[in-house]
Design a protein around this ligand. Structure first.
Ligand SMILES: Cc1ncc(COP(=O)(O)O)c(C=O)c1O
Length: 389
């Protein structure tokens, strides 16, 4: 065990089962550990570093902003935040943004907004949010209550009330659960932590119809699937519907902590000054980074690269012995193995110099940077093939 790992074991709360590797630098699709070994990063820090490690444009934007102004709080106006909100409203089709610090806090904002909207429009009893089994919405208490994974919830009860889950892709179950107390329905279009499982397009359309009929806020948690990860800026944009409220986070600032909750004007106006706040949210440095990420994705045609490399990965993975099928969209893919050995295969991949992770006993997740090249995909496939043996 290296000295960094030993020191970590002494002083850091042991909430993670970390993989025994210490990274010291990164460039593009590649990471280097403390021994000098190089790894092709097909996980990007859990679908975060989408425009590549040490991206020069992001670094330049952050450095310039650091030299100019780092923090003033939300008591005042700053330009990078407004620019980012302009980008996000233009790209999402939604009208207003609240900036948070991560996925969980973006979802907290979305849940609070749905509650405020429900209670303002339909009365005090309207505050419940329905989510899906196997969903993942975060680790704060409210987002944990929203998360459809009882194992993660069990040790933290009692959780905040007002949440319940129904099975995904079952519109009758959702319709049966909806009642006058339902303010929102929150879904991921592609359940990332739940195993890289895309929801059916017909189901998503039916959820939209149900929410319209019953006047319920449809919230899309695009924390993992947003910002180009599935080949469109936001995941719903290739699925034929629009949410009322949506969140994004992970890839938004390429590794700096940020989250965003976006909403239509009609929903957003339920928040009044004083209803919600954060000290750091939407700070100039992280927003400058996000503005650079958006410029990078746009100027380098990375949505197109995402879709092309996705096809290359799919075809390549499906041809490998030991892979039964491939799930997912864009560059959020799950290689479903023929047996429950995803953990062992991810470990073997690390040995080969390829970073992926197991999201289910039989499923390995690939979330490479959107900048990955065709040559790098070939390397990833070769190394994964070797790991499968
Ligand atoms: C869909 C989804 N929502 C929310 C979260 C929580 O985000 P964070 O870890 O930034 O709080 C995650 C994290 O994996 C996620 O995948």
């Amino acid at each position: 065990m290296s000295s960094v790992m030993e020191r970590e074991h002494q002083v850091v709360m042991q909430t993670y089962g970390r993989t025994p590797v210490t990274f010291v630098s990164g460039e593009g699709s590649w990471l280097t550990d403390e021994t000098g070994k190089r790894y092709l990063d097909c996980l990007t820090g859990l679908a975060v570093v989408s425009v590549g490690h040490a991206n020069p444009r992001v670094t330049a934007a952050v450095t310039a902003q650091m030299n100019r102004l780092v923090h003033v709080s939300n008591l005042y106006y700053t330009e990078p935040m407004v620019e980012l909100a302009e980008h996000l409203t233009r790209l999402s089709g939604l009208d207003r943004v609240f900036f948070a610090n991560c996925g969980a806090t973006a979802n907290e904002a979305a849940i609070k907004l749905a509650r405020r909207w429900g209670q303002t429009m339909k009365g005090d009893a309207c505050y419940e949010v329905i989510t899906l089994d196997d969903s993942f919405h975060g680790r704060s208490l409210a987002t944990l209550a929203a998360t459809g994974q009882p194992k993660k919830q069990a040790t933290f009860e009692p959780l905040p009330s007002g949440f319940s889950q129904v099975p995904p892709n079952d519109i009758d179950a959702l319709a049966a659960r909806v009642n006058d107390a339902t303010a929102g329905v929150m879904i991921e279009t592609l359940q990332g932590e739940g195993g890289v499982v895309p929801l059916d397009v017909d189901y998503l359309a039916a959820v939209r119809r149900l929410c319209d009929e019953r006047d319920i806020a449809l919230i899309v948690d695009d924390v993992q699937a947003g910002m180009g990860r599935t080949g469109t800026w936001f995941s719903w944009q290739q699925l034929g519907f629009e949410p009322d409220i949506a969140t994004t986070a992970k890839a938004l600032a390429n590794g700096l902590p940020i989250g965003a909750c976006m909403a239509t004007s009609e929903k957003a106006k339920a928040f009044q000054p004083g209803d919600h706040a954060t000290t750091f949210g939407g700070g100039p440095v992280v927003c400058a980074a996000a503005n650079a990420v958006i410029a990078e994705i746009t100027d380098r045609g990375l949505l197109t690269n995402c879709l092309e490399r996705s096809d290359q990965f799919r075809v390549g993975l499906e041809a490998l012995d030991g892979v039964r099928s491939v799930r997912g969209r864009g560059l959020l893919l799950g290689a479903v193995l023929e047996s429950d050995r995803a953990g062992e295969v991810a470990k073997a991949a690390l040995e080969q110099g390829l970073i992926v992770n197991a999201v289910r006993p039989d499923t390995v997740r690939f979330a490479p940077p959107l900048t990955i090249t065709p040559e790098e995909v070939v390397i990833a496939l070769d190394r994964f093939d070797a790991a499968l043996v």
